[in-house]
Design a protein around this ligand. Structure first.
Ligand SMILES: [Zn+2]
Length: 253
């Protein structure tokens, strides 16, 4: 799947999950969804050419290298009798539910201890990831959102504090949405590791042949991207009420 589809689906999933974990209200839902959107790109940090790996120059390159080493090591150690003969770097360790949950826990503990600045750090990193995938138009939108945030809340940074802890959910949800997206493509995604399936511990989950789609193919570009773009706006807190209000006024005239 292309980066922008991952970012879009992550954003939509974030808006759906935010109220479930108590991140209610427009401010917190938007911050929460920004993080799921950005972290829906993170698993590809296991590919040296991915935008996540190039994002912060040598820093993310080094993390990507470490992740590939760890992934290859874990693959060699845990591969089942029928698993493919491959290096186990791309689409392995970082493309599993176990990785998503561990990274989520780490973020929850880190932001709980680090306070509002740690929360802001995670949100900014996520925003940079999403911006890299969706395009530079996101920067003015983000600047407007930050201004809106700062001017419409009495205590801008203070409002970030309650997000600590919940951010763990956002990070985990983002990574899992990425895996689900990859699982729809032809190569599949071994996200249920280490559960053994048909002699493979890294069994690539994918739908029946007819439903698999090609990365950057017509199904992705002409169906998924438009549908999720509409949902990205429709799922914003209050968006449907607002649309209904406008519709009622138009009809009332
Ligand atoms: Zn991927």
């Amino acid at each position: 799947m292309m980066g922008r589809t991952h970012a879009l689906t992550g954003w939509c999933a974030g808006l759906v999950v935010a109220p479930m974990v108590g991140a209610e209200g427009a401010h917190q839902a938007v911050a929460f969804a920004t993080v799921t959107s950005g972290f829906a790109l993170l698993p590809d940090l296991d590919h040296p050419g991915a935008s996540a790996s190039r994002l912060l120059g040598p820093i993310t390159k080094a993390v990507s290298w470490l992740l590939r080493k760890a992934s290859a090591g874990l693959y060699a150690l845990t591969k089942g009798p029928r698993d493919e003969d491959c290096k186990g770097t791309h689409r392995h360790l970082s493309h599993t539910v176990v990785f998503a949950v561990l990274l989520g826990l780490l973020t929850a503990v880190g932001t709980e201890k680090g306070g509002p600045w740690a929360v802001a750090g995670v949100a900014i990193f996520a925003l940079l990831l999403a911006e890299d995938a969706l395009g530079d138009w996101l920067l003015p939108v983000a600047a407007a959102a930050v201004t809106w945030w700062a001017t419409s809340t009495p205590d801008g940074l203070g409002e970030l504090a309650p997000l600590a802890g919940w951010l763990g959910y956002a990070v985990a949800v983002g990574c899992i949405v990425h895996c689900l997206g990859d699982a729809l493509t032809k190569s599949g995604c071994p996200f249920l590791w280490p559960i053994p399936i048909r002699g493979e511990t890294w069994y690539e989950i994918r739908p029946p042949k007819a439903l698999r789609f090609r990365t950057n193919g017509p199904a992705e570009n002409w169906v998924m991207v438009p549908v999720f773009s509409i949902l990205a706006v429709a799922l914003l807190p209050g968006a449907t009420d607002y649309a209904l209000d406008v519709a009622a006024q138009v009809v009332g005239r």
